[in-house]
Design a protein. Structure first.
Lengths: 1013, 459, 231
């Protein structure tokens, strides 16, 4: 897949043609062939004869991906663009400029210009793979989809992998090899490194240390072994700030060996979470778990019951039938109580573990429920709970006979399952001891995220030669002698394991934009075989695994399917060592506790410069572009703080000032802070966003500890939240926005769902005919029971539909552009509320209020029931949005789309218009996919109008929980038609008689009658 | 002798014009403003001030066109902000002019004769101000012409179901008719000025404008017919324009918009604010140009009475709105009432009630009606009140509609203010020019009020 | 004292009508301008790196459209032939021809030829060749007599009204699928009746409306929905 081959139909993505510096990708790409590396985007501009080329030459970054956080520079950029656009508006709409068209020289067979290809690959986070299919338009990856063939994905994805395509095209990614602050080259590095390595040969590499993130790649592991054979003295360390040490140690504690725990929620009637957020990205196996969990939440067939015990509100907790907010340090006691409760055949232990009346009652019910469902229940411990809690969970699951049924143990997925923190401590010790001459860091950023007490920076400065290999010139790269720009996973070969052990092959979708190097390449050089390419290394490894004549076949199939067949780990028989563990006493209940959590958007900070993730509303608070400190309502009252007030959080002698977010349902006397913000060298999107809380995080207590001081300080801070109001109460009434019932109510009287308006409430006879084509009538249902609020649909939609990012300031003005949003509502007691998620795309109303009022007919009804939005006709009165009761329409108040940065032009979906300034936009049900499907089926002449098999909207495709169903409601046996007949089906605000085509399935809870009383 | 233009309370109504005038004196007094009097310092100063304020608007518009409507406080959910508020407000103000000139003419209210001229001018300039905003508020102003039905290369028509398209017709018709009416009304006076003027070029200019008016009986008879016809045409517009404007909201389903009371209530409100503006202009003008003889206490008092009347119609509108919110029993309509009284904009709602309902009640007292200064303040207060009313209707209805998740707030930006205040500058600047260059009071119509004229009629 | 000449009256009267006429004329001019070849490029041949003649290759030699525009039947994009395609023949014939130098260079250097796009729709319009071919819309229905074009130009104005003209009554342009690539196809008339599927057609509308049924064309309402072309 070479850049030379990126030719074909020019899709200039504009609403209004003829912008003055119109840049032609095709012609430009022809040049990319010669010019490699950092000059590549310049040549693009140059070739396109852009007027701004000169200007660009003198600028560090290409204009366009403006500094979202810095309103000033953004404004400046706006002015420029506004000007050129206004002019374009006047002139170019009448006369188009000449457009070039550039064919191949030799056209590859498998390419049909205008038709995308899909390649299977995998994204890796913390060593765990997310198997993907990547849509590629003429060898430009444009959209990430889940690999439906892969057992660990089943078509679903998570936000991090969805957004990774933007990361690949990020113009802020490191574009050069840097030596002592100056641009160098890969070649020079190769020449240079020979010396130091030779110097190490004498001591067998005793001075060499390599620090990398956790990885599961067999090929890489193999390569590492080879390297260590070469330099026996060398040591390989692994450290990620968000790691699974607790799970690892817990397993050792319980079984004496580091085993991986897998859950089979499809078999679980009762699920108990001990502070585990297993329904959000970052939890290994999240996509699979979300799907299995959701499948068991169907009230019409054996609905499961879910108890969540959590130290900070999570999207998992929202889905719980019973949720118990407790401080993290208290979970141990609770786990122990449950253990005893389940161990006793009947009755309940009277050991005092400091549980309150309420908690005891809760645990009694939980234990009884667990006992009642022995073998079909599961207890899931949280990643950040100490080993003891994991051990207890293992014990409980074993006691209940869940092992083998809902819980399965396998070999660890991570290639070298070491305690990362210990490994890191060793490294620092060696560094302080001066044992380290040559330190190579790959894909890690310890100068930003190392535990503060280890004083890594000081030890670091002591190392004579420091080499950084990473995607960005980040905080750590800055202090390294060498920086080697890493190739993104979409640019390089590799392999990686999913949570179940299945190996995915990682194949490049595009030639490295900046000539970056993968870790394979780097290791090859270090091992003295620089000629070996990543492709050869990976293939060679698998040749060893799968010797035989049919290797070629095997290789092709594995590439095609996206995984190597039967590499999933088989269940492992492990005997629990003992079930009696030393109980750690719960600390003083008075002292304030502090939780450290990976941020739902930027994780540990590695995604800081991904604007899609930055602008992604956090599942619970809907805040964008920032982190904050979560404080429960009761505690906030005591402190006398409001949302957006600044507080000082002090721990020991470290202190950090943070803005407050009062999070309903947060346990009292405890606060939660989120890692990954406050980056100093992230890029235009990430630098300066939010607050760095790593200074509070020590190696002793990486996840939570007591003894924090929280004090109000002067000043407030703007937190840009995308949701106006987080309860359904308005005035003195509660609005029927999310309809709910308990399982019993639902079973007893299925008509709990409010009465709907008559189907034919209209003054116009023969009204149906107006918007119904006899073949297709598109409709969607969203199952509120299934939705786990993972935000996946938002990113998927953003990627599929070229949705612009607007930046914090604009979000704060209420101008975010997401076509689908996930509303979070809290009802009842603010300290322990019931919460609901509700994804809201365009409802595609049959009586669309927006259509009536548009003066130029820019939004009209298609015969298939789509509420078409025609950007190029829109004059921007915004009347349609005013008149839209769902407020799903988004307006380009400025020129939000980046029309300049060439990388983004390559990333865009050529089948969707890139909107310009002053036009309205909204969800289209992915009309580009519908059209493509319809054309295909018409050409094949099929008479089957059930589209379930081959047509999925972007949100539906990426949804791990299968909450979104889209299809043809003209066909009785289509999935969506069936769901719309379901009793739970209701239309949002359907009393307005807008007749929405998007309807919801009411949320049903399955509470334990014992606790309801 | 006692100045009859001032009446003490309890006395009989003031005359429409002070006695002792004849054709000559009227002509001299009015035409002298334009032709004889030197440009006063006050005029220059006032004009400059307005002109400076006008520059604000230009600055705002430039920014607006180069950056986009994002420079305003508008957002989702509040898609319409100051632009539409100002639009409705200005259109409303425009109404008084047409009402006075057309309807009162048809009703033979002779007292109108001395104020109709600048009332019409006011209408014209107000409509000009109003007309700008629909274009400003577009996301892509350069394609505003897509709202007009014309044979385009897209083979596509505007959406005639949309109130905004009705607006285009309503406002443009209104603008044209007002212009023609105003101009036709001035023709005889242009002729007069042509005769009196001494400088050749001035004669020339007014001569051109007079379209060869020769005061012949034939001219007059045709003129009367034409003028009456125009009046007939203009009359329905007074009602239609603001009715159509009210449809912009009434057609929408937004709680607080979707109500049938809007047309009458908008029209009344329009006249309310229109007369307020008339007074705000008339009171100073008659003072500075010593026109007390022609714009007598009679006019002032009548205008005040009209305000009182229309004020009560508006009051009825508010009451009925609130009642329906409650009586309708709809969750969302009900919340409108709650939100206005207790929401974040409650202060402004009460401010509105104070300005439009409470304060104007003092107009019941004749003493107040005859006190120019107080009247001036009250008129100002009503103008503010009516602007607030539009703000409440547009912004407060939008900021919290159906789904709590999309509740929002609207904070006007400097650009919002710059453009709004700028139009005030534009308006007053135009008025200054008008006062200086055109006969601000209809000379020939005043003549008809003279006893001589009566005599002529009776012969 | 008389400041105006008597004639002024007449002039004044005339000027009133004059003004009306002037306004009318300006509007008319604008409308015409929008549709003029200056704006639409209709019938304006584009400069090309190689003066490729469809007249010669299609008309004279009779090469089928699909030989070069390979993806026309199964993609939205008809496809522009890679240099390789040219060289299939021109590695044998016209070896010395100077005008073919750019082609040979491209083939040698691997640098693409840069053509000027002829039928250039606005970028917010999504046209799909394959479905039109599939429904019996002939190449030259939109592209004109390509086989008589020494240098390529676009036949229609490519303006929305032009597209809608057909989308609003497809029957008047449909032809049997096997005739789609026939550059000399003529619509049936009483002079030149057409025998199709055992039926003799003497007028296009009859044929068209039959084809509409046979090819399962979507209704006019369907194919004039905005999202048919705009996304």
């Amino acid at each position: 897949m070479k850049m030379e081959e990126q030719n074909g139909k020019p899709h200039q993505e504009e609403v209004c043609p003829g912008k003055k510096d119109k840049l032609n990708l095709e012609s430009a790409n022809a040049l990319i062939a010669e010019t490699k590396g950092p000059e590549f985007w310049r040549s693009l501009e140059e070739l396109a004869g852009s007027g701004e080329f000169q200007e660009m030459m003198h600028r560090e970054f290409p204009k366009g991906a403006s500094e979202w956080l810095d309103s000033v520079s953004r404004r400046g950029f706006m002015k420029l663009m506004g000007a050129s656009l206004a002019m374009a508006g006047m002139t170019a709409c009448t006369k188009q400029p000449m457009e070039a068209i550039v064919p191949y020289v030799k056209q590859p067979e498998d390419v049909i210009p205008g038709k995308p290809l899909f390649y299977a690959t995998a994204f890796t986070l913390g060593g765990y793979a997310a198997p993907l299919l990547v849509e590629s338009h003429l060898f430009r990856p444009t959209k990430i989809e889940g690999n439906d063939k892969h057992p660990a994905s089943l078509g679903g994805t998570d936000v991090y992998s969805q957004a990774s395509v933007l990361g690949m095209y990020d113009p802020d990614r490191s574009q050069n090899v840097i030596h002592a602050g100056d641009v160098s080259s890969w070649g020079e590095f190769q020449n240079f490194i020979r010396g130091p390595l030779k110097g190490q040969e004498a001591s067998q590499g005793a001075g060499i240390r390599i620090l990398s993130g956790a990885f599961s790649s067999p090929a890489l592991a193999d390569q590492v072994q080879a390297f260590l054979k070469l330099y026996p003295g060398a040591k390989w360390h692994t450290y990620e700030p968000v790691n699974r040490d607790n799970a690892l140690e817990g397993a050792k504690l319980a079984f004496g060996q580091p085993v991986e725990t897998q859950y089979h929620l499809e078999n679980a009637d009762v699920v108990v979470s001990l502070d585990a957020d297993f329904l959000y990205a970052g939890f290994p196996g999240f996509t699979k778990y979300a799907r299995d969990f959701a499948a068991r939440r169907n009230p019409d067939s054996g609905m499961s019951r879910f108890y969540a015990i959590e130290s900070a509100p999570t999207s998992s907790g929202v889905k719980a039938d019973h949720r118990l907010p407790v401080r993290a340090s208290h979970v141990g006691a609770i786990a122990a109580t449950i253990k005893d409760g389940t161990f006793l055949v009947k009755g309940f232990p009277q050991i005092d573990r400091g549980l309150t009346e309420e908690e005891t009652r809760f645990m009694r019910a939980v234990s009884r429920d667990l006992r009642a469902h022995s073998g079909s229940s599961v207890v899931i411990p949280g990643e950040h709970q100490p080993p003891i809690v994991h051990a207890l969970a293992h014990a409980i699951n074993a006691q209940l006979g869940n092992v083998g049924k809902t819980v399965v143990y396998t070999d660890p997925v991570i290639a070298n399952p070491v305690n990362q923190l210990e490994s890191f401590k060793d490294l620092v010790a060696d560094m302080n001891a001066g044992k380290v001459q040559l330190l190579i860091l790959s894909g890690v950023n310890p100068l930003f995220d190392a535990p503060v007490d280890l004083n890594f920076a000081k030890a670091f400065e002591g190392v004579p030669l420091r080499i950084h290999h990473g995607l960005y010139q980040d905080e750590t790269a800055e202090h390294c002698h060498w920086h080697i720009n890493q190739a993104d996973y979409l640019e390089a070969w590799g392999d990686t394991r999913a949570f179940d052990g299945t190996v995915s092959l990682v194949q490049p979708l595009i030639a490295p934009l900046y000539d970056g190097k993968s870790l394979h390449d780097l290791l090859a050089v270090l091992s003295g075989e620089p000629q070996a390419s990543g492709h050869e290394i990976v293939q060679a490894y698998w040749q060893k695994q799968h010797s035989g004549a049919d290797f070629d076949m095997f290789w092709r199939r594995s590439l095609h399917d996206g995984f190597v067949a039967d590499t999933a780990y088989s269940p492992k028989q492990v005997a629990a060592k003992s079930a009696n563990f030393a109980q750690s006493a719960s600390p003083d209940a008075k002292a304030i506790e502090i939780n450290f959590r990976p941020d739902p958007s930027v994780y540990d900070g590695r995604f800081s410069n991904n604007a899609w993730l930055q602008e992604l509303p956090k599942p619970m608070s809907k805040i964008t572009w920032d982190n904050c400190v979560w404080i429960g309502p009761a505690m906030a009252e005591r402190l006398g703080v409001q949302k957006r007030d600044m507080v000082r959080v002090a721990l020991g002698d470290a202190k950090v000032d943070l803005p407050v977010w009062i999070q309903a349902g947060h346990p009292d006397n405890s606060v939660t802070v989120f890692l990954g913000y406050g980056r100093k060298r992230a890029g235009r999107a990430g630098t300066g966003a939010g607050f760095d809380v790593y200074p509070l995080r020590t190696s002793a207590t990486p996840w939570f500890t007591t003894g924090a001081q929280v004090s109000k300080i002067s000043g407030t801070y703007i937190l840009a939240s995308t949701q106006g109001y987080q309860t359904m109460d308005a005035g003195d009434v509660t609005r029927p926005i999310v309809r709910t019932a308990t399982l019993d109510e639902y079973r007893k009287h299925a008509d709990f769902n409010e009465e709907k308006p008559p189907a034919e409430l209209t003054l116009y006879p023969g009204y149906e005919a107006q918007y119904r084509s006899e073949n297709y009538a598109w409709g969607m249902t969203i199952d509120l029971n299934s939705c786990v609020g993972c935000n996946n649909c938002i990113v998927a939609c953003q990627s599929e539909n070229n949705i612009a990012v607007v930046g914090k300031e604009q979000v704060n003005h209420g101008r975010h552009m997401h076509w689908i949003r996930v509303d979070a509502y809290y009802q009842g007691d603010r300290n322990d509320p019931k919460a609901y998620f509700q994804p809201v795309p365009c409802m595609q109303c049959e009586n669309a209020p927006c259509e009536l009022v548009c003066p130029v007919g820019a939004t009209t009804h298609s015969t298939e029931g789509l509420n078409d939005m025609v950007y190029n006709r829109c004059v921007g009165t915004r009347y349609c949005s005013n008149n839209c009761p769902y407020k799903v329409r988004r307006f380009n108040f400025f020129l939000f789309s980046d029309w300049d940065t060439p990388q983004y032009k390559m990333m865009r979906n050529p089948d969707v218009t890139v909107r310009s300034r002053g036009v309205m936009e909204k969800c289209t049900y992915c009309v580009q996919r519908i059209t493509e499907y319809r054309i295909k089926s018409e050409e094949s002449g099929t008479k089957d109008y059930n589209t379930d098999a081959d047509l999925k909207t972007a949100c539906q495709q990426s949804c791990p929980a299968n909450a979104i169903t889209f299809g043809n409601i003209n066909v009785a046996d289509s999935q969506v038609s069936k769901l719309k007949k379901n009793q739970r089906n209701y239309g949002l605000l359907d009393d307005l008689n807008t007749r929405p085509r998007t309807t919801y399935l009411a949320e049903i809870r399955n509470p334990n009658p014992e606790l309801e009383a | 002798m006692k100045d009859l233009t001032q009446v003490e309370p309890g006395e009989q109504k003031a005359p429409v014009m002070a006695p002792g005038h004849n054709y000559g004196t009227i002509t001299d007094k009015i035409s002298s403003i334009v032709l004889k009097k030197p440009v006063s310092k006050g005029w220059i100063l006032g004009f400059l001030v307005c002109f400076v304020i006008l520059q604000w608007m230009l600055y705002g518009i430039t920014l607006l066109f180069f950056k986009g409507v994002g420079v305003w406080g508008v957002n989702i959910p509040i898609g319409w902000g100051f632009a539409i508020v100002n639009f409705v407000w200005w259109i409303g103000i425009g109404h008084a002019g047409t009402l006075i000139s057309a309807i009162l003419l048809l009703l033979r209210q002779s007292w109108r004769n001395s104020i109709n001229r600048f009332a019409e001018a006011m209408t014209l300039f107000a409509v000009a101000c109003a007309g700008m905003f629909p274009i400003f508020h577009l996301g892509r102003p350069w394609v505003f012409y897509w709202l007009f039905p014309y044979p385009n290369t897209m083979g596509y028509w505007p959406n005639f179901r949309s109130p905004l398209v009705w607006d285009v017709f309503a406002v443009s018709t209104y603008g044209t008719i007002s212009l023609v009416f105003w101009y036709v009304g001035m023709i005889p006076d242009f002729a007069t000025l042509r005769e009196i003027a001494d400088k050749k070029w001035i004669k020339y200019v007014y001569g051109m404008l007079a379209l060869g008016w020769r005061n012949s009986a034939r001219h007059w008879s045709r003129y009367e017919t034409a003028y009456l016809l125009l009046a007939g045409l203009a009359t329905p517009l007074v009602l239609s324009v603001h009715t159509v404007v009210s449809f912009d909201f009434a057609i929408g389903i937004v709680p607080g918009w979707h109500t049938t009371i809007f047309p009458p209530y908008f029209v009344a409100g329009a006249i309310y604010s229109g007369f307020a503006m008339v007074l705000v202009l008339a009171i100073p003008i008659r003072k500075f140009y010593h026109l007390e003889d022609f714009i007598t206490a009679r006019h002032i008092e009548n205008s005040a009475m009209v305000m009182l009347a229309t004020g009560w119609i508006v009051a009825y509108g508010y009451a009925f709105e609130a009642f329906m919110n409650w009586y309708g029993g709809d969750v969302y309509e009900g919340f409108v009432r709650f939100n206005r009284l207790h929401g974040p904009y409650a202060f402004w709602y009460f401010a509105l009630l104070t300005c439009n309902l409470l304060i104007p009640q003092v107009l019941w007292f004749r003493r107040v009606r005859l006190n120019n200064f107080v009247l001036f303040l009250i008129s100002m207060d009503i103008l503010i009140g009516m602007w607030l009313e539009r703000f409440i209707i547009v912004v407060v209805s939008l900021h919290r509609d159906f789904l709590n998740s999309s509740f929002g707030m609207y904070y006007p930006t400097q650009i919002d203010w710059a453009i709004f205040i700028g139009t005030l500058g534009f308006f007053t600047a135009c008025m200054f020019l008008f006062m200086r260059l055109l006969p601000s009071i209809s000379i020939f119509e005043l003549r008809t009020l003279l006893p001589e004229a009566e005599a002529v009629k009776h012969e | 004292m008389q400041i105006f000449h008597r004639a002024t009256n007449t002039i004044a009267k005339a000027s009133i009508y004059g003004a009306l006429l002037l306004v009318g004329f300006i509007l008319w001019a604008c409308i015409q301008f929008q549709r003029s070849p200056y704006v639409t490029y209709a019938h304006v041949a584009r400069p090309q790196p190689v003066p490729f003649s469809h007249e010669h290759h299609v008309g004279a030699i009779g090469i089928d459209c699909r030989y070069c525009h390979t993806s026309v039947e199964n993609s939205n994009f008809a496809g522009i032939p890679p240099t390789k395609t040219c060289m299939n023949c021109h590695s044998q014939i016209w070896l010395g021809a100077g005008m073919l130098q750019p082609v040979r260079d491209s083939y040698a250097t691997g640098k693409s030829l840069v053509w000027n796009r002829v039928d250039d729709l606005p970028d917010f319009v999504y046209f799909d060749h394959s479905i039109h071919i599939n429904k019996g819309v002939g190449c030259n229905t939109c592209h004109g007599p390509v086989d008589r074009m020494p240098l390529m130009y676009n036949e229609g104005s490519l303006q929305m009204e032009w597209c809608l003209d057909c989308h609003r009554s497809p029957a008047k342009n449909l032809r049997p699928r096997d005739q789609v690539f026939n550059m000399r196809y003529e619509q049936p008339s009483t002079q030149k009746p057409l025998l199709y599927e055992g039926k003799i057609y003497t007028d296009q509308m009859a044929l068209g409306s039959d084809l509409v049924k046979q090819y399962h064309l979507r209704t006019v309402a369907d194919i004039t929905s905005c999202s048919t072309c705009h996304r």
